[in-house]
Each structure stands twice: as structure tokens, then as C-alpha cells.
Design a protein around this ligand. Structure first.
Ligand SMILES: [Fe+2]
Ligand SMILES: [Fe+2]
Length: 179
């Protein structure tokens, strides 16, 4: 049953998570375009948290599993890590701006600040698209070819546990983005 085996791969789980994170990103951009500060803040916070657990799963479990077998992967992993630092840094900055805006919502110049957040998020979106493509076509693919089947199952279990590490400020529905 090839489909069942495919479903059991860490590669598939993480690729699905890329799509889920993209959906949050699209909703955030819509909220920003609508000048909806509250919804923007909520989606941005969710995006940051979902991306943070995804990145943690890659750092702690996926990347070491691949680089320990394939030293050539090291260079790619280094640049993927630099991308992760960029995403987290820029998202934290955007959250800082929105947090201030929520306190003082009607001040002149707020539109400019929201636009700045939109620009930052679009930059992140662009870099994330390339980043995810590199992961899916290289690191993720390698994880499904160099690891044995039991190793892949173990990796999947670790990644699942990491991705389910929901910060308590989010309800289950909010975390699944199904509100
Ligand atoms: Fe990544
Ligand atoms: Fe990823």
C-alpha cells in the first residue's frame, strides 16, 4: 500500500505543515490589507508560533538525522538555518510593531506602520517560498531515501510531538487554524 507508507513519512508531515503555515500567512496578509489590527495581530502571533515549532522540529530532529548520514547536506542546512533566523527575527519585529498599534490604535501614522508590517510579511513570504522549495526538493527528499523505515517512523514520531507542542495561549481550534 504505497499511499499508506507515504502518509507515514516525516517528509509528508512537514510538507503539509508548509501548506498550513502558508494558509495562516495568506490570512494574515488579508487582515493587513483590510487594516484589521486585531485580526492581523492574532494571525501574526499564530504564524510566528506555528513557524517556531516547525523550525524547532527541523533543527532538533530532521536536520541532524540527515546531516549525520550525508555530510554534503551540511552546507544547505547552514543556509536553511540562516533563513530560520531571518524569519524569527523579522516576525518578532512585526509583532512588536503590532503590539504597540493595538495599544494606540487611532493615532496618525498607524496606516504607515501597518504597511511596514505588510512589507515585512511579504519579504518573509518570498524567502519562505524559496526556503520551503529547497527543503522539500532536497533535505526532506533525502530523509525519505537515506533513512531506514524504522528510522523514518521514529523521526515522524519526534516531529509530530514537536509540531503538537501548542503554546497554551492558543486553543486547539486556533492552533489548527480552524476557528
Ligand atoms: Fe525550514
Ligand atoms: Fe520546513
Amino acid at each position: 500500500m504505497p499511499n499508506q507508507i507515504l502518509m507515514l513519512q516525516a517528509r509528508q508531515r512537514l510538507s503539509d505543515d508548509h501548506l498550513a503555515v502558508n494558509e495562516v500567512m495568506e490570512q494574515l496578509l488579508t487582515a493587513l490589507d483590510n487594516n484589521d489590527v486585531q485580526a492581523s495581530y492574532f494571525k501574526l502571533d499564530l504564524l510566528w508560533a506555528r513557524l517556531a515549532v516547525h523550525i524547532r522540529a527541523e533543527h532538533l530532529h530532521l536536520f541532524p538525522a540527515v546531516t549525520s548520514r550525508l555530510s554534503e547536506a551540511q552546507v544547505i542546512v547552514e543556509s536553511l538555518r540562516a533563513d530560520h533566523d531571518f524569519f524569527m527575527r523579522e516576525l518578532a519585529r512585526a509583532i512588536g510593531i503590532l503590539r504597540e498599534l493595538i495599544k494606540t490604535i487611532t493615532r496618525a501614522g498607524d496606516d504607515l506602520k501597518l504597511a511596514a508590517v505588510g512589507d515585512a510579511v511579504r519579504e518573509i513570504e518570498k524567502r519562505l517560498a524559496t526556503h520551503n522549495e529547497i527543503e522539500e526538493s532536497q533535505i526532506y527528499r533525502w530523509s525519505s531515501t537515506i533513512l531506514t523505515e524504522p528510522e523514518q517512523l521514529e523521526l515522524l514520531a519526534r516531529i509530530n510531538a514537536e509540531l503538537e507542542n501548542r503554546p497554551p495561549r492558543f486553543s486547539e481550534e486556533a492552533w489548527a487554524n480552524s476557528l
